[in-house]
Design a binder for this molecule. Structure first.
Ligand code: FBP
Length: 333
C-alpha cells in the first residue's frame, strides 16, 4: 500500500476548519463508511439473491417501496444502533424521526438521509446513491424536531455515496469538498480528489425532459436557449441518469446544471419532486463548498425554511453560471 494512501478516517482526523469537531465527525463518518461498504457489497449481488423488485408496501412519499429501499434503510438503523454522538435518524423511508434517546448527550447530532437514491435504477443495474446530511441537535430537544426544521445553511456536514462502476464517497464539513474511492483490495475509502472546485460553467444539463409540459414556461425558455447552438455557450448536451447523485457528481467534476423543476399545479403553484432536507440541502452544501450554486428557482436553496421533514422543492443546482441563468430566466415564475 503506497504511503500516499489517505484513508477517509485519517483524512477526517487531520482536516482543519470543519464546522463540527473532528472527533465527532470521525465517529459519524466511520458509520457512514460502513453503511457504504455494506450497500455496495449487496448491490453487487442483489440480482442473484432475490434482492430486486418491490416489497408491496407504499412509503410516506406515496411511492411503491423497492426491497432495496427497505433494506438500505434498515442498514442505516442497524449501523447507527450504537450511534453516539448521533441520536436522531430521519429517513426518506420513515414518516417519523427515529430517536436514540440513550445517545442524546450535550454534543449530539441528527443524520438525515436518503438511503437509496435513484430507486428507478435498481432493477436495471443503473447508477444508485446514498445521500446524508448532518445537523447539530439543540440540548433538551427530546423527540421534538423543531431544532432541525431550519434552513440548510445550518447543516454541519453533508455528503453522498455513488454506486457506479466504482463506489465513491464525497463529503464536506464546511472546509471544502473531498472525494474518496472504495479500494476493494484493502476495503478502505481512499482519497481521490481534495478540495474539489466545480467549473464555473459546464456543457451538459440534466432534466426529465419528458415532463416539459408540466414545467413553468421559463424552463422551456432556458432549455431552448442553452440548446439553440448559436455558439459554445448555447451548445449543451442532455445527460440524465435517473439518479440525482450520479447527475450531480458529473456537475461537480465537469460543471453543468441539474434541474428538477416544479410541476405547475392548477392553482399555479409548483412543487418539486425532490426532498429538501435529505436530498437537496446536502447537495446544495456540497455545491456551494465547491464554488457552485443551488436555487429553488427563486432563492438560494440553503435559505429555504423546511415546511416539514419531508418537504419538497424545485431544484436548479450545479455551475454558478448556469444556476444564475436559470434564475434570470424565471424558471419558477
Ligand atoms: P428516489 O430517492 O426515490 O430514488 O427519488 C429521487 C430520484 O430517483 C432522483 O435520484 C432522480 O433524479 C429522480 O428521482 C428521477 O425522477 P424521475 O423518474 O421523475 O425523472
Amino acid at each position: 500500500m503506497s504511503a500516499q494512501t489517505t484513508t477517509l478516517l485519517r483524512h477526517v482526523l487531520t482536516r482543519k476548519g470543519t464546522l463540527v469537531p473532528t472527533g465527532d465527525l470521525a465517529l459519524i463518518l466511520e458509520r457512514v463508511e460502513i453503511i457504504g461498504k455494506r450497500i455496495a457489497r449487496e448491490l453487487a449481488r442483489s440480482s442473484i439473491r432475490g434482492g430486486l423488485g418491490y416489497t408491496g408496501e407504499t412509503n410516506v412519499q406515496g411511492e411503491e417501496v423497492k426491497k432495496l429501499d427497505e433494506w438500505t434503510n434498515w442498514v442505516f438503523l442497524d449501523t447507527f444502533e450504537r450511534g453516539d454522538p448521533v441520536c436522531s435518524l430521519i429517513s426518506e423511508e420513515m414518516e417519523q424521526a427515529e430517536h436514540r434517546t440513550g445517545t442524546c448527550g450535550a454534543n449530539s447530532y441528527a443524520v438525515l438521509y436518503d438511503p437509496l437514491d435513484g430507486s428507478s435504477n435498481t432493477d436495471i443495474n443503473g447508477s444508485l446513491g446514498t445521500i446524508f446530511s448532518i445537523r447539530k441537535r439543540a440540548p433538551g430537544h427530546g423527540t421534538a424536531v423543531d431544532d432541525i426544521l431550519k434552513p440548510g445553511s445550518e447543516q454541519v456536514a453533508a455528503g453522498y455515496i455513488l454506486y457506479g462502476p466504482g463506489t465513491q464517497l464525497a463529503y464536506t464539513a464546511g472546509a471544502g469538498v473531498d472525494i474518496f474511492t472504495l479500494d476493494p483490495t484493502i476495503d478502505q475509502f481512499v482519497l481521490w480528489r481534495e478540495n474539489v472546485k466545480m467549473p464555473r460553467r459546464g456543457a451538459t444539463y440534466s432534466v426529465n425532459q419528458g415532463n416539459i409540459t408540466k414545467f413553468h414556461p421559463g424552463v422551456r425558455k432556458l432549455i431552448d436557449h442553452i440548446t439553440s447552438r448559436k455558439d459554445k455557450s448555447t451548445s449543451y448536451s442532455l445527460r440524465y441518469t435517473g439518479a440525482f447523485v450520479a447527475d450531480f457528481h458529473r456537475c461537480l467534476l465537469e460543471g453543468g446544471l441539474f434541474m428538477y423543476p416544479g410541476e405547475v399545479t392548477p392553482d399555479g403553484k409548483s412543487k418539486g419532486k425532490l426532498r429538501l432536507m435529505y436530498e437537496l440541502d446536502p447537495m446544495a452544501m456540497l455545491a456551494e463548498q465547491a464554488g457552485g450554486k443551488a436555487s429553488n428557482g427563486r432563492k438560494r436553496l440553503l435559505d429555504v425554511v423546511p415546511a416539514g421533514l419531508h418537504d419538497r422543492q424545485p431544484i436548479y443546482i450545479g455551475s454558478a453560471d448556469e444556476v444564475e441563468l436559470a434564475e434570470r430566466m424565471e424558471v419558477e415564475g
